[in-house]
Structure formats: structure tokens, C-alpha cells
Design a protein around this ligand. Structure first.
Ligand code: GLY
Length: 377
């Protein structure tokens, strides 16, 4: 257990994976105390910090000071901000740069940034010298509640997102909610969609809490934010410790993603539709489909859409500059999703708020009707 007694307003939980279990620390002022926490899990007194050009100027100086204070030597490697850094080319450059610095197997890689930095640095950690220790310091809400927890790492290829990667669990996750102060509102909301997803898939009580307190958390109420991130990480940690490699239950984390990914692919992975926004719309579609199939009360679907819309998230696909959405193309993209098994898409549906399940047993016609209705609205 990491000793962060010096830090105020800090919560911690453990992701239980036997000998590979690790702490997730969530709070205010966590980056300032990161050095001691990292030293407790790092095998040697040296680490590499990977960050990006947006985050490094904001938080690298305080992390560097904390590392130095804890007697940890570090080298910083700063990559361009944005999804384009999740590429073979950037991974190659990063690994070359690290190798030029003479790493040892005990040299930990610390990811300071959002999901792109975490996924890239984590993948580098999984292959550098056949695997070195890895620490996540997520600085966006999306990465704090989702991508930093659970060990999925990877890059994009021309065939799609995250198609090349590795499961490589971190030794520690340090989520400092203070870093969310600098996050644009739109990005904050996009992360909130993944947080709501965790409530919707398995914890109705947490969703009720979010309906009452989510807006305050988004408006900077730190105790509310810490509680929300903690509850969200708790849900993800419980699922990952049961099903690390997504052989079963972990697939529930894809609630809203089958539809969301299809929308993102069509929208071109840019500013038109952020990942979390696509997930918010996808969640509404999953609830609508569940209601349509008689699995879930229409009132639950309406309540979910109502909350997402109230905080400022989209619940319907936005207009595309390139022209109208094409339901047939969306359907084809769903058919190519990497979660397809034996040619059949896997859907995460619900029997109500907090009761998600996976199924391949959905008639294509029902999905086609749903897509046509969603893009026509
Ligand atoms: N973001 C889904 C997962 O980690 O499994």
C-alpha cells in the first residue's frame, strides 16, 4: 500500500490482480506527492517520464520536483499532443530515444497525460527490454476514470484504432483531480460520459448520485469529483480484476461503444465528435434499443438521456459537414468492429439502469431501425 498520508483529500483503492495488484490513488495535490509514491513501486532510482506538448508545460515541473525530492532521477520525453502520436512511427521514435538513454529492466516509465500518452507510453513499457514497470498519471477525466485503469495499451494503424497493443498493467495509477482544472469543458464532459457508463452498467445507486451531484462535480466541486472518479474506478477495477483479458465480463465496459465507434468512424475521429461524446450517444442508443426490444423500461432510457443532456452531452448524432449520416454505412462499420465474434457483433444492452449484459442475439433489422431513427432525429 502506498503511503500518501501527507496528501489531503485523497482516496485510494486497489485493483486486485494477485501479485500484479496495484493502487489507484485519487485526490487533490497528488502530483506534488507522486515522487514518494513512485519510489515505493519502482525497482530502481531512475525513470522516464512520457508526456505531451500540452500537458508537459503545465504539470511536468511539479512532477519533476516531486521525483527529485524523492531521490528519483528522470528523463522527460515529450511527444506531440493528439491522437496522431498513437502511431508506429511515434512509438519507434520514442523507443529509440529511450534506448539511447540506456534503460535498465528496472527503469520505470511514467505516463503524464491523457489517454494518448497513457496508451503510447504503456505500449512502449510493454516492449522496451521486453517489459519495464509502468506508472500512470492521467490528467484528463477520461483517462482518470477509464484508460489509465486496466492495462490496455496500444496504438492506431491505418485499419483502425487500438488494433495493435498489449495488456500491460501499471504498478500504480495516480489521478490528480487538480489537473482537471485546466481541461476544456468539452473534454471534461467527454470523460464524464465514460464515468456515467460505469454507473449505468452496474450501479444504479451511483447513477442516482450522479443525477444529484454530477453537475457539481463537473463545476469543480473537488470532494464530489473525487468521489465520482473513485466510484467509477472502483467499478472498472472490480471488472478488470475478474476478467483482465476481456474473455467475458470486461466486455460490459463497451456499453455505448459499438454504436459510438461506428459514429466516430463515420465522423472521422476529429473535433466533430469526441470519443466520449460518441459514447454518450451510443449509450442512449443502447438504452433505446433495449427499450425497443422490451428489455428495459422506456422511462430508464429517458432518464439516462435526460441526465446526459442536462450536463451538456449530446444524445443524438450531430449534423455532419460532409452530408447526412448513412445508416447502412454505420451498420457496415458495426460489422467490422473488433468485438465481432464469428462475424456477429457483440452488443451491450441493459435490463435497466445498472444492469448491463452482452449479447450477440440481436436481429440486424432491429439495429437498422434504431440507426435510421437515431440519425433522422
Ligand atoms: N475501456 C474499456 C476497457 O478498458 O476494457
Amino acid at each position: 500500500m502506498i503511503d500518501m498520508a501527507m496528501v489531503s483529500d485523497v482516496e485510494r483503492l486497489e485493483l486486485a490482480l494477485g501479485a500484479r495488484s496495484y493502487d489507484i490513488v485519487i485526490g487533490s495535490g497528488v502530483i506534488e506527492q507522486a515522487g514518494e509514491a513512485i519510489r515505493a513501486v519502482a525497482p530502481t532510482r531512475r525513470c522516464f517520464v512520457v508526456s505531451d506538448e500540452t500537458v508537459a508545460p503545465l504539470y511536468l515541473p511539479r512532477l519533476a520536483e516531486s521525483l527529485e525530492g524523492a531521490g528519483l532521477r528522470h528523463d522527460a520525453l515529450v511527444v506531440p499532443a493528439g491522437e496522431s502520436s498513437k502511431s508506429f512511427a511515434r512509438l519507434g521514435t520514442l523507443l529509440d530515444d529511450m534506448l539511447a538513454l540506456g534503460p535498465e529492466r528496472g527503469t520505470a516509465i511514467v505516463a503524464l497525460g491523457g489517454g494518448v500518452v497513457g496508451d503510447l507510453a504503456g505500449f512502449a513499457a510493454s516492449v522496451l527490454l521486453r517489459g519495464v514497470p509502468f506508472v500512470q498519471i492521467p490528467t484528463t477525466l477520461l483517462s482518470q476514470v477509464d484508460s489509465s485503469v486496466g492495462g490496455k495499451t496500444g496504438i492506431n494503424t491505418k485499419q483502425g484504432k487500438n488494433l495493435v497493443g498489449a495488456f500491460h498493467q501499471p504498478k500504480l495509477v495516480l489521478a490528480d483531480v487538480d489537473s482537471l482544472d485546466s481541461l476544456p469543458r468539452r473534454q471534461l464532459l467527454a470523460g464524464y460520459a465514460e464515468l456515467v457508463k460505469h454507473a449505468l452498467l452496474g450501479d444504479r445507486g451511483f447513477f442516482d448520485w450522479l443525477v444529484g451531484n454530477g453537475a457539481a462535480a463537473l463545476n469543480g466541486d473537488k470532494p464530489a469529483l473525487i468521489h465520482a472518479v473513485r466510484k467509477s474506478c472502483e467499478m472498472k477495477a472490480a471488472i478488470v480484476s475478474e476478467d483482465e483479458r476481456e474473455a467475458g465480463r470486461r466486455a460490459l465496459l463497451n456499453l455505448g461503444h459499438t454504436f459510438g465507434h461506428a459514429l466516430e468512424t463515420e465522423a472521422g475521429y476529429g473535433e466533430t465528435l469526441l470519443h466520449g461524446e460518441a459514447v454518450a450517444i451510443g449509450i442512449c442508443m443502447a438504452f433505446d434499443l433495449s427499450a425497443e426490444l422490451g428489455l428495459c423500461a422506456t422511462a430508464d432510457a429517458a432518464r439516462v438521456a435526460g441526465h446526459l443532456s442536462e450536463v451538456g452531452l449530446p444524445t443524438r448524432p450531430p449534423a455532419l459537414a460532409a452530408g447526412p449520416w448513412d445508416p447502412a454505412r454505420l451498420m457496415a462499420t458495426i460489422g467490422h468492429d473488433k468485438k465481432v465474434r464469428d462475424g456477429r457483433p457483440t452488443y451491450v444492452l441493459v435490463r435497466g439502469i445498472g444492469h448491463a449484459f452482452t449479447t450477440q442475439d440481436v436481429a440486424p433489422e432491429a439495429v437498422e431501425t434504431l440507426l435510421a431513427k437515431a440519425v433522422a432525429a
